[in-house]
Design a protein around this ligand. Structure first.
Ligand code: MRU
Length: 357
């Protein structure tokens, strides 16, 4: 997608270096950062220079390429794989990508391993782009149906950033929106700010602006009244881990939005590639929910009056803050899942049918 008119992907490999867009600096600074070692890749995932379930998976796969470049030794590779998986706990794409790479590399001779690892990491990225395009085409049909009935701008609410910045290109939740816009369907996006890290305000609004899609940032608590007043036609969000029974784990606050949508009879869609499906965990209480530093709540970074980046403290110094990063929306509140293979019910039978499991 575009930034200042130029096409980018979120991650690429050039001259033995992995290049990323540093998302901790957006929207105020656009900085391309070099990852030269597996430690750099692990750190980029931990501090969220890269974030979003598919993108952290892709970064982990390139992290293993960097590990091989540094030290072509099996025990170093095994330790790197373990450290990458542990760098963020909730999004299943991370483990999915590392397992896929390690399976591909198992038993491969050391003189061939780099080439095979690099090809597989590239393949993970190309596949994600294709899957996101397909999600866009399937989701487009839903937006088209609403437009054909309403004959006016389709208002879509989204939470966090499940845009192209969270994937390699296109995004999951945003892909149907980009396709609708390209087709000339008038769309407007209500962008949840998404406290505490403000991925909605800082990233989703930024990328929609760059693609000239109308959007308005709202505080996380505003969606309910907009729904009551008929100003939301549909919700589309992404996910970090969707269970085989259709329960959806996503950025904290998603659940409350789904409840409000349910109460107001507004369709609530979740867009995901199959790399985000956890076929093993049965009970959502077993999903490891990331607890992040409370400083993400108590402090905020933005531009000061001289347009310099500045971090300030918001709360009383003595106050405690707690920062759970994800929540779970039970399948019964999800209208449907939009996947690369098509749209299905958020249920075991819906997913099983689509993925022949
Ligand atoms: O903590 P983040 O910014 O990595 O969380 C991202 C989300 O919750 C996204 O909605 C999810 O990863 C889907 S990305 C296509």
């Amino acid at each position: 997608m575009r930034i200042e008119g130029k096409e980018y992907r979120t991650i690429w490999f050039e001259n033995s270096i992995v290049k990323i867009i540093d998302q901790t600096k957006l929207p105020h600074q656009f900085i391309i950062k070099d990852l030269k070692t597996v430690k750099d890749a692990i750190n980029a995932i931990k501090v969220m220079e890269v974030r979003g379930a598919p993108l952290i998976g892709a970064t982990a796969s390139y992290g293993l390429v960097l590990a091989i470049l540094e030290n072509n030794d099996q025990s170093f590779l095994n330790k790197s794989a373990e450290d990458l998986i542990n760098s963020r706990p909730t999004a299943i794409n991370l483990k999915w990508a590392v397992d896929r790479m390690m399976n591909k590399l198992s038993g491969v001779n050391s003189d061939k391993i780099l080439e095979i690892a690099l090809n597989e990491a590239k393949e993970i990225c190309e596949e994600d782009i294709k899957f996101c395009e397909n999600i866009g085409l399937h989701g487009l049909k839903i937006i088209e149906q609403i437009f054909n009935k309403k004959k006016d701008t389709v208002n879509i609410l989204t939470h966090c950033n499940a845009g192209w910045l969270a994937t390699i290109n296109w995004g999951t939740a945003t892909s149907p929106i980009y396709y609708a816009h390209k087709k000339g369907i008038p769309v407007h996006v209500w962008v949840d700010e998404t406290r505490p890290r403000n991925q909605g305000a800082n990233l989703t609004s930024y990328e929609l602006n760059e693609e000239e899609i109308k959007n308005t940032i709202i505080a996380d608590n505003t969606g309910g009244i907009l729904m009551q007043r008929g100003e939301v036609d549909m919700c589309i969000v992404g996910t970090d881990r969707t269970l085989a029974n259709g329960d959806v784990c996503n950025k904290v606050g998603t659940y409350l939005k789904a409840l409000a949508a349910y109460d107001n009879n507004i369709p609530f869609y979740v867009a995901l590639p199959s790399s985000t499906i956890d076929w093993n965990i049965k009970d959502h209480k077993d999903i490891p929910i990331e607890k992040r530093n409370s400083e993400e709540l108590s402090h905020i970074e933005g531009l000061d009056e001289n347009r310099n980046l500045k971090k300030i403290q918001l709360y009383p110094q003595k106050s405690k803050a707690m920062n759970l990063a994800f929540d779970v929306t039970p399948a019964k509140y999800v209208t449907a899942l939009i996947t690369e293979k098509g749209v299905c019910e958020a249920s075991s039978s819906g997913l099983k049918k689509l993925f022949n499991k």
